[in-house]
Design a protein around this ligand. Sequence first.
Ligand code: NIG
Ligand code: FE
Length: 419
Amino acid sequence: MAKTMLLKNAAELVTCRGAAPKIGAAMADIGVIPDGAMWIEDGVIRRVGMTAEIVEGLDEEPDEVVDAAGRCVLPGFVDPHTHFLFGGYRAEEFSWRLRGDTYMQIMERGGGIVNTVQATRTSTTEELMEVGWKRLSSMLSFGVTTVEGKSGYGLDAATEIKQLEVMAQLGREHVVEVVPTFMGAHAVPAEYKGRTDEFVEYLLQSVLPVVAQRKLAEFCDVFCEKGVFSVEQSRRLLTAAQGLGMKAKVHADEIVSFGGAELAAELGAVSAEHLLHASDEGIHRMGEAGVIAVLLPATAFCLREPYARARFMIDHGVPVALATDFNPGSCFTESIPLVIALAALYMQMTPAEIVTALTINAAAAVGRADRIGSLEVGKQADFIVLEHPSHLYLPYHAGVNCVATVVKRGQVVNDRGLL
Ligand code: NIG
Ligand code: FE
């Protein structure tokens, strides 16, 4: 017998229906069903509609009932860009930035990512499991049911593999689903300082093939940035990764305009991420190539940089997704409420576009739009119940977590007792 759940009486059932990234006006079409309901069997959505029609058509008693009267129900959020698995912290660097140092100045004098690399190399698997577990639980409380996690705090074969293996184990054991991305080209480690080409060669010869062969990552990402990896180096790495069956992502135009958006379009990458300084040309090419823009307003906020041009991108046919970029350096926050507030108030995104950017478009950015990101027949029953009646409260209740209940694969996995 299937395990069944009836979700009923939702003031707003926001379906976000779709199985591909949404562009332009479609980003604002979130498919709201008033007084909505869903019938779920074994973690899969079997019926969606208005409560009266769903309840009328029932021929069996559900095992579990979720009554969402007066509440808004949405697909579980997908956080499609994080670096959540790392050892150590960099609170001191943050205090230096408050004093006026820039992210790149700190990196150039030997701090930044390589500082976390040191701490991650010396962390045991158990230590990484413990911190990773807690961080996933925190994300879950914000309604995140799937998260992308990047390696890139190892920068050597052993530690990159350790990071990816721990993420895989967390994905199996924690309720939050983890999508692993290999990001060996996140920085040049101390032992290769001044020899970036040799480090790229090392990644190509000794790390990437092992990651691919052991199927440890679905995506490959590169920090394509002035003073880090050039467009040519990024192209080499990502082309090799694609040849080995991985999909490409690019950390593009975060600090300066550098051609990262153009590269993502050229390679047919799934996404280009950050894009604070993406050129008009790069954005147009992304639109033509269907590359998803994964925007990270909390990073711009923490670095006190200008926000990415979300409005321009949406108006030019680029599918936009939003993510936290949770990491120990540029953006130490897993707060979805912060991302929502910033996107609404500083990026001119509407509440509906923000919902799309955190659900179906984010699911597409992690290659899962066919399975998650919307509430439709056949999709996995990953959804959240807000303590409010409408999605309009997400930015309005500024900076506050209004997710009351989280359901993953048809199971209540987080209940803050707000209902
Ligand atoms: O997305 N820019 C590169 N990677 C991260 C920062 C990582 C770190 O500082 O530890 C980012 O901003
Ligand atoms: Fe990042």
